[in-house]
Design a protein around this ligand. Structure first.
Ligand code: SF4
Length: 280
């Protein structure tokens, strides 16, 4: 698509991040966006390289801090399509605080987390979403603590859109990302995106066998209680939109919020806001 840059990804052959990125590019195109109005902010980790491989405006943020940068971009120029991408290590460890506050602020943007349940770039340490008994070089008997449930965190923080996707199911994945983009508010999508090099437990085969597509159930994503029950079922892997609040009003459209052209705050580097505006 127009969103593919000419850089060759250095991800390991077979990495789930390829499928995750392809779906993001397809969904951006399907929703009528193009590289000139799209701004991708990435964190650090294997997933963080995505801004280089996509053809759009992009910023490679610091570890766990991509969300506040993305919010800043969107508030400075609401005409941009802002997509923040990251990984489970990046987003749910050092970035966990930003995640909760981005969710409750509900700025109209999307957040795609490539969740492979391990730190890949630093060669295979347990991440916040690793299983309690997942053996790694640094946790030989497992982390001995329950994994973070990012969808439960999001729901409890007042999320207006929560979805789960799987990088290997190309069509469903692109559809789910598209729904997140089209949502009026913060569209959060956790994507199972297997690490073929360091995680031999949460593999393609595991997810293929375990995943239940919500579209094939009677799940109602507008019913928060149903969403809560599904999200808290720790022995199930669901795919699809778990929750969507159709009355969502994005932060920047709320009364009294003037995001159109924020003043340059004291202490900001001279010209910083102009730079962001010029991207559009
Ligand atoms: Fe993908 Fe894992 Fe390789 Fe990183 S280490 S590129 S997550 S397969």
């Amino acid at each position: 698509t127009d969103f593919k840059s000419d850089k060759q990804p250095t991800w390991c052959p077979g990495c789930g991040d390829f499928g995750t990125m392809n779906g993001m590019m397809k969904a951006l195109a399907e929703t009528g966006n193009d590289p000139d109005n799209t701004f991708v902010v990435a964190g650090i980790g294997c997933s963080g390289k995505i801004g280089t491989y996509m053809h759009s405006y992009a910023l490679h943020g610091v570890h766990g801090r991509a969300l506040p940068v993305g919010i800043g971009v969107k508030m400075a120029n609401p005409n941009l399509e802002v997509m923040v991408a990251g990984g489970d290590g990046d987003g749910y460890s050092i970035g966990a605080g930003h995640f909760i506050h981005a969710v409750r602020r509900n700025v109209d943007m999307s957040y795609v987390v490539m969740d492979n349940r391990i730190y890949g770039l630093t060669k295979g340490q347990a991440s916040p979403t690793s299983r309690e008994d997942f053996e790694t070089g640094t946790t030989p008997d497992g982390p001995k603590q329950p994994p973070v449930n990012p969808k439960a965190l999001a729901l409890s923080a007042g999320a207006t859109f929560i979805a789960q996707s799987f990088s290997s199911d190309a069509q469903r994945h692109a559809e789910i990302i598209q729904q997140a983009i089209e949502h009026d508010g913060f569209g959060f999508v956790n994507v199972y995106s297997p690490c073929v090099t360091f995680n031999d437990v949460d593999t393609y085969d595991y997810f293929r066998d375990a995943i239940v597509d919500l579209d094939e159930t009677d799940h109602d994503p507008n019913n928060r209680d149903q969403a809560k029950d599904k999200i808290l079922e720790s022995d199930k892997e669901y795919m699809g939109v778990l929750y969507q609040n159709e009355d969502s009003v994005p932060f920047e459209q709320r009364e009294g919020i003037d995001s159109s052209m924020a003043e340059i705050p004291d202490g900001a580097p001279e010209g910083a806001m102009d730079l962001v505006r010029e991207f559009y």
